[in-house]
Structures are given as structure tokens and as C-alpha cells.
Design a protein around this ligand. Structure first.
Ligand code: UD1
Ligand code: CA
Length: 454
């Protein structure tokens, strides 16, 4: 039976991450556009935790801000100095020790634990007081080893402290642990640091629980889920792992990817069934694409929404706040930021629309620019329905163009255009007969005279 009682999360993120060779705290390095920390929190969030506590140390302020960015109710505690994983968990005691229900310990640098896996751990709590997430390691390396006897987990031995025989064991500790919060903090308080590293090991709570006559058990997950990031090379591997899974999922969900290996998704990308994504498309955070929309090759999308029937690209850039209604067409070399395009709007070529609203069925000519920034402030451009914006129109915001109005090509529009009006804002053309021919003759003569003098 699924365990539906309340749970709290403790996310360990105090480690320095020395091997990243970076000024940025390790958990703030990004995979699929999101900090590692957000990936760890995402899996935990599926359990609808009543409390989330993030343990920070190195780069504490930035990590705290990032945690709150994901979940504004998250608590942040500082572990200073960092004396080991048990010591890190103990920092959450003031917040969680009296909270009823279970606590799950996650690592901020381990992004791919699945929510089903966490749920399986919660369910296993019906059989064991302490549940540890383990995996069969292809190369067990320096992971802690799980010493089991049948269904029971006797203890966890860290690599540094393991005997040669124990090092042969391939069932390893992922680091994720689940226990009743109250018990977890009691056990953590008993952990000592008499070991090879001189650290307070969270892993010691298994043996301490067993000494109390309590049961400990293991839930085994796929090794891919437990992948941790300690180096830039592993960060790149994590990115690759994320992308190959995201591509497979998109295909599975009925999305056409012409060249899957060239499409890069963000952690939160949503693409509807029967959408078509061309080659070399990059998704930044916050993109949703409805069923049946098409994104052609070489588009860069971030913080935008593309509705059913819309077509984007090739070579389009949609920035945060770009909202495309149904059947909108956005063509090549078009950039859209913080702008709402109503149904059937066409923006075919070479255009910037920023801080704008465009009414339904309006056509925006090539080379149009909303001049939204005066060097200090941003201003809005509001364009009505069924408007025709001539090619190379500069719309100097704040400015409004009424329904069914037109602007003449090459206009610089600085004043509002009433509905139904044609705005012409450019110098009138003058043709000077024979002038071009005479001018060219003169220039050639000047050039020839120069040559004779040298
Ligand atoms: C830990 C486990 C090991 C397991 C491995 C899986 C212990 C003692 N060992 O080892 O059994 O196989 O993870 O990757 O738990 N952290 C803090 N404060 C600290 C120390 C660590 O917040 O004082 C955080 C780190 O930022 C990191 C996590 O805890 O997110 C794990 O710490 P790390 O030092 O990487 O543990 P390992 O030695 O890899
Ligand atoms: Ca580690």
C-alpha cells in the first residue's frame, strides 16, 4: 500500500565541490538549464513534502536564494564547518525534530533520482525503520558498500574503512536515506567520527538503528539515477544523460524530432503530442508547446508559449514572455520578447518585437522594430487587429496602432496611429533627372586625376 503520510525533505548541499574548480557552488551548476539543486528538489517535490530543508555551507547565500527560487517556503540552514553527512543532517534538527512523519535525505549534487524510487522507499518504511537507497555499481569505486543479510541491511561501510573483502561488494550506497524524522535525528546525534576520514558519517545510523533492535532495509534503483556530479566532466555526462532521456520521452509522447540528437531540452520543457521539432532547436527554461505546433530548425526558445497550429522558425528566437496564440507564424531572424501575438499574426522575417501586443490577423513586415528602450526605461507598443505594418517600420514606443491601420514601409512611427488610418512617416521621394549619370562621371574623373598625380 502506498505510504501517504506526510514527509519532509532534507537536501544536503554544503559540500565545497572542490573538483569543479569553480567560484560557483557545485549545486548551482546547471543541467538542462536548471541548477543541480532544482533537479534534486524536483524529485522530492513529487512527494508533496510538508517541509523542505536545504543544508548549505559554501556559497550559502546563493544556494539559499536558489532554493527559495524553486520553493519559496523552503527552509535553509547553514552547516559551518562541514564535518560530514551526519553532521549536515543534524543541522536540520531544530526545524524537523518535532515534525511528525518521515524525513528523506537527498543530495543536492545528485540530480536524477526518480519520484517512483522515492515513493518505493516510503513504501518500504512499512517493513523497515531505516530505508537506504542502493544500487548495483558497474564500478563500485569509492562508494560506501551495503552489508546485507537477506532482507536486512546490517551496516554501511565507507570505502576508506572497508576491508578487502567488503570492497568486493558491488551493492553501493546512493546516499538517499528515509526514516521517521524523530528517529533520524536521535540516531544522527549518536554518530561519532572515529573513522578513516574523521567525519560524522550519516551511513553509521544503520548500525545504530540495528543496535536498538530496529530493522533497516534497502531499495535498489538503477545506477543511472544515482549519478552524482563532482567534476565538470561529470556535469557534461549528466547533461548528456538528461538530454538522451528527454529526447526518448518526447518521442514516446508523440512528438516528432527530426534529428533528436541535436535538440536540447530544459528540465521543465513541455511539448504536446504531434508537435514537430526540427533540427538544432534549443529549449531554455519555461517553454510550453501545444499539440500540433511546429518549431523549425535552429530556433532558440526560452520562457515562451507556442499554441496549437503555430509555426516558428527556422532561426527564430523567442525570449521570456513571448506568447504565441493559435496559428501564429514567426519566421526567420525574428526575435520576440515579452510580447503577446494574437491568433493568426504573421511576423515573417528580420524583426524585433519587444514589450508589445499584436492583435489577431495582423501582418508585420520584414525589418520591423519595436524601439522599446530609450536608454533608461522600457515602453510598450500596442498594435491592433488586422493591421498591416509595412516593411522596415520603426515603432518608437510608447505607441499604439489602431485596428485595421497601416504603416508605410520605412516609416518611423512616433505618434499613435488611429484605427483605419495609413501612417506615412518618411521623407517624400524626389527624382532628379540624369543626376546619377552625371554624378558617376564626376567621381570617375576625380579618381583618374588622383592616379595621374602619383
Ligand atoms: C557519500 C556516502 C557514501 C555514498 C556516496 C554516494 C557518507 C558518509 N558517505 O559519500 O556511502 O556511497 O555519498 O555518492 O555519507 N555534504 C554536506 N556536508 C558535509 C559533507 C557532505 O552537506 O559535511 C553533502 C555534499 O555536499 C554532498 C553530499 O553531502 O551533496 C555527499 O557528500 P560527499 O562528501 O560527496 O560524500 P561521499 O564521500 O561521496
Ligand atoms: Ca560524493
Amino acid at each position: 500500500m502506498p505510504n501517504s503520510s506526510r514527509v519532509s525533505l532534507i537536501v544536503l548541499a554544503a559540500g565545497q565541490g572542490t573538483r569543479m574548480n569553480s567560484d560557483l557552488p557545485k549545486v548551482l551548476h546547471r543541467v538542462a538549464g536548471a541548477p543541480l539543486l532544482h533537479h534534486a528538489l524536483r524529485a522530492g517535490m513529487a512527494l508533496e513534502p510538508q517541509h523542505v530543508v536545504v543544508v548549505t555551507g559554501h556559497g550559502g547565500e546563493a544556494v539559499a536564494a536558489s532554493a527559495r527560487d524553486f520553493d519559496e517556503t523552503a527552509s535553509v540552514v547553514v552547516q559551518e564547518p562541514q564535518l560530514g553527512t551526519a553532521h549536515a543532517v543534524a543541522q536540520a534538527a531544530p526545524i524537523l525534530a518535532e515534525v511528525p512523519g518521515d524525513a528523506i535525505v537527498l543530495y543536492g549534487d545528485t540530480p536524477f533520482i526518480r519520484e517512483d524510487t522515492l515513493q518505493a522507499m516510503r513504501d518500504a518504511r512499512a517493513r523497515h525503520a531505516v530505508v537506504v537507497l542502493g544500487f548495483e555499481a558497474r564500478d563500485p569505486g569509492r562508494y560506501g558498500r551495503l552489508i546485507t543479510r537477506g532482507e536486512e541491511l546490517d551496516r554501511i561501510v565507507e570505502f576508506k574503512d572497508a576491508s578487502a573483502a567488503e570492497r568486493e561488494i558491488t551493492l553501493c550506497n546512493s546516499g538517499v536515506i528515509c526514516a521517521e524524522a524523530k528517529l533520524l535525528f536521535q540516531l544522527v546525534a549518536e554518530v561519532g567520527n572515529a573513522n578513516a576520514a574523521g567525519e560524522y558519517y550519516l551511513t553509521d545510523i544503520v548500525e545504530l538503528a540495528r543496535k536498538r533492535g530496529l530493522s533497516a532495509g534497502v531499495v535498489v534503483c538503477d545506477e543511472a539515477e544515482t549519478m552524482g556530479v563532482n567534476t565538470r566532466a561529470q556535469l557534461a555526462e549528466a547533461e548528456a544523460a538528461f538530454q538522451s532521456r528527454a529526447r526518448a520521452e518526447a518521442l514516446e509522447n508523440g512528438v516528432t524530432l527530426t534529428a533528436p540528437e541535436t535538440v536540447f531540452f530544459a528540465m521543465d520543457t513541455v511539448v504536446g503530442r504531434d508537435a514537430i521539432i526540427g533540427p538544432n532547436v534549443l529549449f531554455g527554461p519555461g517553454v510550453t508547446i501545444e499539440s500540433g505546433a511546429e518549431v523549425k530548425g535552429f530556433c532558440h526558445l526560452e520562457g515562451c508559449h507556442i499554441s496549437r497550429g503555430a509555426q516558428v522558425g527556422p532561426f527564430a528566437r523567442l525570449r521570456p514572455g513571448a506568447e504565441l496564440a493559435e496559428d501564429v507564424h514567426v519566421g526567420n531572424f525574428v526575435e520576440i520578447k515579452n510580447a503577446i501575438l494574437d491568433e493568426g499574426v504573421k511576423v515573417g522575417h528580420l524583426t524585433y518585437l519587444g514589450d508589445a501586443e499584436v492583435g489577431e490577423q495582423t501582418n508585420i513586415g520584414a525589418g520591423t522594430v519595436t524601439c522599446n528602450y530609450d536608454g533608461v526605461m522600457k515602453h510598450r507598443t500596442v498594435i491592433g487587429k488586422r493591421v498591416f505594418i509595412g516593411s522596415d517600420t520603426m515603432l518608437v514606443a510608447p505607441v499604439r496602432v489602431g485596428d485595421e491601420a497601416m504603416t508605410a514601409s520605412g516609416s518611423v512611427i512616433t505618434e499613435n496611429v488611429p484605427a483605419g488610418a495609413l501612417a506615412v512617416a518618411r521623407a517624400r521621394q524626389v527624382n532628379k533627372d540624369g543626376f546619377a549619370v552625371r554624378l558617376m562621371e564626376k567621381l570617375r574623373a576625380v579618381k583618374a586625376a588622383k592616379k595621374d598625380n602619383t
